[in-house]
Each structure stands twice: as structure tokens, then as C-alpha cells.
Design a protein around this ligand. Structure first.
Ligand SMILES: Cc1cc2nc3c(=O)[nH]c(=O)nc-3n(C[C@H](O)[C@H](O)[C@H](O)COP(=O)(O)OP(=O)(O)OC[C@H]3O[C@@H](n4cnc5c(N)ncnc54)[C@H](O)[C@@H]3O)c2cc1C
Length: 813
């Protein structure tokens, strides 16, 4: 028998249940959840139920708060208890670097909606008196609103809430085949018959890669095996009960690289496996024999941590072990779930690769249902969007990254620190040459990109940190070289999408919120969400009447391609091609850029002949088909040389040879950040996104509201009439020895007024320059504010946009 539903959710764990609940709450009751076995028979039943809100991200922090809000309300709504224990959570710091991490987090906590406090060692022990001594404790980070739930109960309650609104659940229905239907929608073959649906959501936990394979999708996630232990009854806990003392917070301690919480009369205890002890699960597919039952304990992997914990917690040392829970948990390369549209498929949504499905379940349900029902989200989803990974994220890549990331779970990961596994994956022909010249590599979208260059005599090894390091001084020197002389940036990792065909210009004009450039020129192009938020920013190169190249950042290759692909006209006439692998790019920028390039380019580079924004195709030495574009993101005179990748080495050698006579300095990606901030250029992602719109971001003068319809236009017209309530403003911050990292709160007379979206130390001004989202009335130049940076409260002042060269005279040199 064939049955149908508007939306089918595959997978009856906490995540799938959250999505069914979210859809039903939005009034979509014709939705069905299919589960291969029975509800909560996957990872959900094994979970410890922890809900930690510790995340340094505005969007993620607010999403997790939504989970807590939903779970808290479920019992009253459905009558089904969820076992919410609001005991709080405490993280003990024993290394100075960890204390810096917590201090830095305290700079952002209030601004990202998290309630947190720093505790002294004495206060930490008051909350967790089973730790014998304060020795070695430097302090602790405390989240009083954290807690834990019963994962199975939460799942049942979510499903009850969904069923009460008309949604259906079918157990013992394993999806064995998925095929797209002509005209849209999906046919699902299941062990309980065939199902049809308009939209399909995959939330299959451990089985994600197997489910993806049914559709030809290589999903960038891989389960790791994790475990925890429950002790016998601990008399000290019973004594606390008798004294009427509250449940102790969940406790995490670097001393034993693990965590502990109360579990009834006992303690629940776990450590983070080191990479050498860590096992993957179902690397080549989940074995047929797997039933979801817990796996055999691995005492060896935890013995070290257990001994360490016993050494500082006598009550734990005296307790025997009652039970173990061990099983697979999905992991991604950045530890964030894959939530959103599947690339290259219409009507297919992913809620896969969720490392903390209990933590995320409620939020994913709410936000994914908003996306499906409303066509967009009110919260920025860039950090969770599955399209943030590209084709480089193969099985081998993700396996290496999963082990690396989980294995480093309790390590001190410093800001900007690049992890080495599965690298190099993608390299450009110039890689060896630049490595020999001191490049210190980072990774972007699988590519190796130079972060900065170590001069002769300095090791080409990164020095990340919360405070300034010798590497920060090199980055500053590179930025100054661009201001004062000329720099070369290897920028080939940038995404390049070619749009062509008789319908290309008309289509792009309907899609972008900006005007198209004339033939032979480059212009900024913005693609908006319907709510007026900013989806993508491109440099639009118009090479012929109907031939364009859209250049954007490396990290959004798959996402931007997919977003444009979804908008392609049904009637055809437009071809969209990803040419990122075919073409490279060097940027030569700085006041001496013209004299350097004049030595190697057979063209008149004077402004009269080659004005700002012009693009010319020519040969440079033996390098053919070089598209020379007079454009720069540094605020200085500059050209980009977009070239066939096969010609890259020759071109590099030419530039370097000429550069030797013109004081050329190699410049890494990091120096570009202060340079663009000096000019108040906002970046899509941190500064512009679904939650920070084009008008708030100051893009007004670039938008073409008077042309025909484009995504977001109606919302912009409404917002324009009312005037944006918030604005991105440029701040100058008097920091010393450490810089803002993003998300910091901005304070006015001691009260939170807004938050930093991005910032960096600017060698041009000798202070930090940042973009901050502020209420419109505080965004006026001259407003005095304060920004916390580690343990200092730094004076900050709003300055007029583009504090460096506000008239743009340097670009027009
Ligand atoms: C020991 C351990 C401790 C953990 N502790 C925590 C914690 O404290 N906090 C936290 O947030 N997370 C924790 N996790 C992780 C958490 O359990 C998972 O992230 C979460 O359960 C994932 O939920 P899910 O719904 O995505 O997947 P699952 O719970 O695995 O559900 C997926 C469901 O899909 C079904 N399915 C698969 N394929 C098909 C198919 N083809 N057709 C139909 N149905 C299908 C499966 O049978 C399964 O029921 C822990 C995990 C483990 C193993």
C-alpha cells in the first residue's frame, strides 16, 4: 500500500522527534516520522543527557537556549516528564591558558545570551565539595542555567506534543530506498511499504552516511565511540540529600580530562578519549548486526582518567562501578551538526551528524521547521549549514578530522589554532614555492592557504593565543607593508563561479540586490535572504555581455553554488559552473602595486586607461588568459590576477622577480582582516548574515531598490521606511597586549548595548578596529563605549565608517 505525507522525517531519535514537534507546532500536521526500529533506540537512549551551553557563538548559544526553553515547557504541555535537572555546570581551570579561555568567554557571554560567572577555587569547591583540595585550581567557569535531562523521556515528550497536533509516527519502518519523483517530491521504499512525500528530512543518527549513500550523498560526518560509567551508591551524596543540599552542578575538570555529575544515588563519570584510544564506528557502513545496544566497555581508554579523578575525589575513589554505557556518537570536523538543505537536491533536508543530539534536538526542531515552513530562518545558520563543507570532505578526511577533534576535546585549543589532520588536502601549484618563502599554513575549504609568512630566522610555525605573540607582530608588519609599499596575497582558494548563457544577465539582475557591472568591469554583488539578511557577497566580473565570474570566499564554495543553483530559471538559458579548481588568483596591492605590475604587464595601468573596477584579459609573460581586475579589499590601490591554474608558477615567478625591485612583501590571509576593518568593509558570516541585514550592515548605497524584484527587496522596502533599529558601527578600541576576537559585549555606562561582530588589531591606527552591532542611537560617531578584552575593560569609541582614507583616494591613485 502506498501512503503519503507532506513531510517525512526519517529517524526516531531526539533530533527527528524535535523536528516532527517543530513542524506540528507550526501547524504542519500532515507529517510522518519513520523509524527503522522503535523510538529512541539509537544513540538517544545511550546519552548522558547533558545540556551544556558553553559555546562561543551568538547563533549557537541562542539555539541551545531554545533547546532548554522547549524542554522546560514540554512537561506542562504534554504531561510527559523530561527529567530536567537544572543543576548548573562548572568547568575547572588548572592551566593559565584555560583561565584565559574562560576570561575571554566571559567577555562574550552576556552578549550571546549566556548566563555565566567566573568562580575562584574556593567558590568552585563550595559547589563541588567532593573534590578534596583546591590545590592546582586556578578558577572555574560556571553556567548556573545548565543541566541535564532524560533523553528518552524528552524524545517521547516531543513526539507526544507532535502527535497531539496530528503528526504521525510509524515504527518498524526502515527506509531502504529513496528516489526523486518527476515534478518534485520523494518516493521512499521501506520495510513497511512505500511512502510518498513532498519534503524529506533525514535524522538518522549513526546511520547518516548509510542514509546519504541511498541518495548518492557523501555526508561529512562519522561516528566516534564514547562511553561513561555509573558508580555504586555514594554515601556522601545521600548525606547531602539528608542535609537538604541541592544537586551539585555537572563538573568538568582538566585534571582528569573528563566530567562527573550526580545520577540518583551515584556519580556518572566519563573522560574524553585520547586520539590513540578513540575508535570510529561504522566507517564503512553500520554493521547489520548492530542493534543499538550499548557496546562492550573499554576500561583501558578511561583508566588514566579514572585514576586521576580518584586521586582528587575520595568519594569517587571509594565507590565501585555499577555500569557502563558505550556507543556511537556522530562527529563532524568542527563539532557542529549538519542542519539545513542538502546540496544539489530540492526538498531534501539534513539534520545529520549531530554530536550532541539531546543538546541540539529541541533547537534543530524549531529552526529546521521554520526553514521548511517559512522558507528561511530568523537566526543565522551558517555555522550549522551542511553546505559549509565541500567535496574535499571525503570519508577519509572526515574520519581523520573526527578522531582529531574529539581526541582534542579537552585540549586547550587557542583562537586561530589550525588542527593538522587530513592536510594538506588541496594545494595550489605555488604551495612549495611559498612554503620555502616562510608560509605558515592554515586551511580553508580543504585548501592550504598562507596565514602569514615567517621571515628568515623565524620558524614557520603558528603561534596562536589569546594574547599577542611574535606571529601577531608579523601579521601587523604584513598589513603595514600593504599600506606603505606593496604586498602579494595568494588568493587562489577563493570560490569562482561562472555564469553564462543568453539568460545570464537578466537572471543575475533578478537574483542580486545590486546593479550588474558593465562589460569589462567588476562590481560588488549581494544576494539576500527574503528577510533582507545577507546570504552571499560576490565580486561580479563581467567579462562579456553574457559571461560573468562571481568570486567569493573559499569557505562558501558549496553553499554559494547551491544557493545560486536553486535560483536558476526553469526555462533554462543560464549555465552555472564552478571553476574554482581551474583558476587561481594573486592579489597585488599597495601604493606601489602599479609600478611593480607595470614591469611585467604589457598594458597601460594608469587610471585613465585602467580605472578602478576595470577588468582586462591579457597575457603576462608566458601566462595566457590572465584576467587583470583593478579591485582590492585592502583599501589600497590593487589588482587581482585571475589566471589559469596551469600558469600559476610562471606568474608567481614573474611577480616575485619584479617584486624584488619594488619592495614586495608576501602577505597572508590574516593581515587582510585589519586592512578590511580599517575600511569598515563587513564580511558575510560574522558581520552580515540572516540575522544582520543589508540595511543594518550599511549596504544601503550599494543596493538597487528601484530595479525590479529580487529576493529580499520587499523586506528592505519595509525596513527602509521604518529605518533599521540596529546598525553596524565601526569602533576604535584601546586594547593592550590582546585583541577582540568577535562576539564581545559592547557596554555603555556598564550596561550591555551591543556586540562586536568582528575585530582585529590595526597597525594602521595602533588600536583595535572592530565592527559592532549597536542600537541605532548609539551608532553615532563619538559615542563612548567599553569592550571587555580578557580581564581589561577597554575604552571604545564609535568612529565614522572607513576610518582609513574615508574618501577612497588611495583606491583611485
Ligand atoms: C555514551 C553516549 C553519551 C552521550 N551523551 C550525550 C549527552 O550527554 N548530551 C548530548 O546532547 N548528546 C549525548 N550523546 C550523543 C547523543 O546521544 C546523540 O547525538 C543523539 O542521540 C543523536 O540523536 P539523533 O536523533 O540524531 O540520532 P539517534 O538517536 O541515533 O536516532 C536516529 C534514529 O534513526 C533511525 N534510523 C536510522 N536509519 C534509518 C532508516 N534507514 N530508516 C528509518 N529509521 C532509521 C535509527 O534507528 C535511530 O532510532 C551521547 C552519545 C553516547 C553514545
Amino acid at each position: 500500500m502506498q501512503r503519503q505525507a507532506r513531510v517525512i522525517v526519517v529517524g526516531g531519535g531526539c533530533v527527528g522527534a524535535g523536528i516532527l514537534y517543530g513542524l506540528a507546532r507550526r501547524g504542519w500536521s500532515d507529517c510522518v516520522l519513520l523509524e527503522r526500529s522503535h523510538i529512541a533506540s539509537g544513540s538517544t537512549r545511550l546519552a548522558g543527557g547533558f545540556i551544556p551551553t558553553y559555546v562561543r557563538s551568538d547563533a549557537a548559544s541562542r539555539l541551545i537556549n531554545r533547546t532548554i526553553g522547549i524542554y522546560k515547557g514540554l512537561e506542562a504541555e504534554t504531561g510527559q516528564a523530561v527529567g530536567w535537572h537544572p543543576c548548573g555546570q562548572m568547568r575547572i581551570a588548572r592551566q593559565p591558558g584555560r583561565l584565559d579561555e574562560y576570561r575571554s568567554y566571559m567577555n562574550v557571554a552576556e552578549a550571546i545570551g549566556a548566563e555565566a560567572r567566573l568562580l575562584s577555587a574556593r567558590e568552585a569547591l563550595e559547589l563541588w565539595p567532593l573534590i578534596e583540595s583546591p590545590e592546582g585550581i586556578l578558577g572555574a567557569l560556571y553556567h548556573p542555567g545548565d543541566g541535564w535531562v532524560s533523553p528518552t523521556d524528552v524524545t517521547m515528550a516531543l513526539l507526544k506534543g507532535a502527535r497531539d497536533r496530528g503528526a504521525r509516527v510509524q515504527e518498524q519502518a526502515r527506509v531502504t530506498g529513496i528516489s526523486a519523483r518527476r515534478g518534485g517530491g520523494w518516493t521512499l521504499a521501506t520495510t513497511a511499504g512505500e511512502w510518498l512525500c513532498e519534503q524529506l528530512v533525514l535524522a538518522t543518527g549513526t546511520y547518516a552516511r548509510d542514509t546519504g549513500a541511498l541518495l548518492g550523498l557523501d555526508l561529512p560526518c562519522m561516528p566516534v565511540v564514547v562511553q561513561y560509567w555509573i558508580t555504586d551508591a555514594v554515601p556522601e551524596l545521600a548525606a547531602r540529600r539528608r542535609q537538604g543540599l541541592p544537586e551539585m552542578p555537572i563538573m568538568r575538570d582538566e585534571h582528569f580530562l573528563g566530567y562527573m555529575r550526580e545520577e540518583g544515588d551515584a556519580l556518572l563519570f566519563g573522560t574524553y578519549e585520547r586520539p590513540e584510544d578513540l575508535q570510529l564506528f561504522g566507517r564503512d557502513g553500520v554493521p547489520e548486526s548492530f542493534t543499538g545496544e550499548p557496546l562492550q566497555p573499554d576500561l583501558d581508554a578511561h583508566a588514566w582518567g579514572m585514576e586521576r579523578a580518584a586521586g582528587i575525589i575520595p568519594a569517587f575513589a571509594r565507590a565501585g562501578i555499577r555500569s557502563n554505557v558505550r556507543g556511537p556518537m556522530q562527529m563532524t570536523a568542527d563539532g557542529m551538526p549538519l542542519v539545513g538543505p542538502a546540496w544539489g537536491r530540492h526538498g531534501l533536508w539534513l539534520a545529520e551528524g549531530v554530536p550532541g543530539g539531546i543538546l541540539w534536538g529541541g533547537a534543530i526542531g524549531e529552526v529546521l521547521s521554520e526553514w521548511i515552513v517559512e522558507g528561511g530562518t530568523s537566526i543565522d545558520m551558517n555555522e550549522l549549514d551542511p553546505r559549509r563543507f565541500g567535496a574535499y570532505a571525503t570519508k577519509e578526511w572526515v574520519a581523520a578530522k573526527a578522531v582529531e577533534l574529539w581526541g582534542a576535546h579537552s585540549d586547550l585549543i587557542l583562537p586561530g589554532q589550525e588542527l593538522p589532520a587530513a592536510r594538506p588536502a588541496r594545494t595550489h601549484p605555488s604551495y612549495d614555492r611559498l612554503a620555502a618563502l616562510g608560509a605558515v599554513w592554515g586551511a580553508a575549504n580543504g585548501w592550504e592557504v598562507a596565514s602569514w609568512y615567517a621571515p628568515a630566522g623565524m620558524a614557520a610555525v603558528d603561534q596562536p593565543g589569546y594574547r599577542d605573540t611574535p606571529a601577531s607582530r608579523q601579521v601587523a608588519a604584513e598589513a603595514l607593508a600593504v599600506r606603505e609599499g606593496v604586498g602579494l596575497v595568494e588568493a587562489s582558494a577563493a570560490t569562482k563561479l561562472e555564469v553564462s548563457g543568453p539568460g545570464a544577465a537578466g537572471w543575475l539582475d533578478r537574483v542580486l540586490a545590486t546593479r550588474l557591472p558593465a562589460v569589462g568591469t567588476v562590481a560588488a554583488g549581494y544576494l539576500l535572504f527574503e528577510n533582507g539578511g545577507v546570504r552571499s557577497a560576490f565580486a561580479v566580473h563581467r567579462l562579456a555581455e553574457d559571461l560573468f565570474t562571481l568570486v567569493t570566499g573559499a569557505r562558501t564554495e558549496r553553499l554559494d553554488h547551491d544557493v545560486l543553483w536553486r535560483l536558476l530559471p526553469a526555462e533554462g538559458g543560464v549555465s552555472l559552473r564552478n571553476v574554482t579548481m581551474e583558476r587561481g588568483c594573486f592579489a597585488v596591492t599597495g601604493p606601489r602595486a602599479r609600478e611593480l605590475l607595470a614591469a611585467i604587464v604589457d598594458a597601460d595601468l594608469a587610471s585613465a586607461a585602467f580605472p578602478p573596477g576595470a577588468v582586462r584579459t591579457l597575457a603576462v609573460g608566458l601566462a595566457e588568459d590572465v584576467r587583470l581586475a583593478r579591485t582590492s579589499s585592502t583599501g589600497e590601490l590593487g589588482w587581482e590576477l585571475h589566471h589559469p591554474i596551469a600558469c600559476q608558477l610562471h606568474l608567481l615567478d614573474r611577480i616575485l622577480a619584479a617584486g624584488a625591485r619594488h619592495g614586495l612583501r608576501l602577505v597572508g590571509q590574516r593581515a587582510l582582516n585589519p586592512l578590511r576593518l580599517d575600511k569598515s568593509y563587513p564580511a558575510v558570516g560574522p558581520d552580515l548574515n540572516a540575522g544582520i541585514g543589508a540595511l543594518e550592515g550599511g549596504l544601503g548605497p550599494l543596493l538597487a531598490l528601484d530595479k525590479g524584484p529580487f529576493p529580499g527587496r520587499a523586506a528592505l522596502l519595509r525596513l527602509q521606511a521604518a529605518g533599521p533599529a540596529r546598525r553596524l558601527a565601526t569602533l576604535m578600541i584601546a586594547t593592550s597586549g590582546a585583541s577582540v576576537l568577535g562576539h564581545e559585549g559592547v557596554y555603555r555606562d556598564g550596561r550591555l548595548a551591543g556586540r562586536i561582530t568582528s575585530g582585529a588589531f590595526s597597525p594602521t591606527f595602533g588600536a583595535d578596529v572592530a565592527l559592532a552591532l549597536l542600537p541605532a542611537d548609539l551608532a553615532a560617531p563619538g559615542t563612548e563605549l567599553a569592550v571587555p578584552v580578557l580581564d581589561a575593560l577597554c575604552a571604545a569609541r564609535v568612529v565614522a565608517d572607513s576610518p582609513y582614507d574615508p574618501q577612497g583616494l588611495r583606491l583611485a591613485l
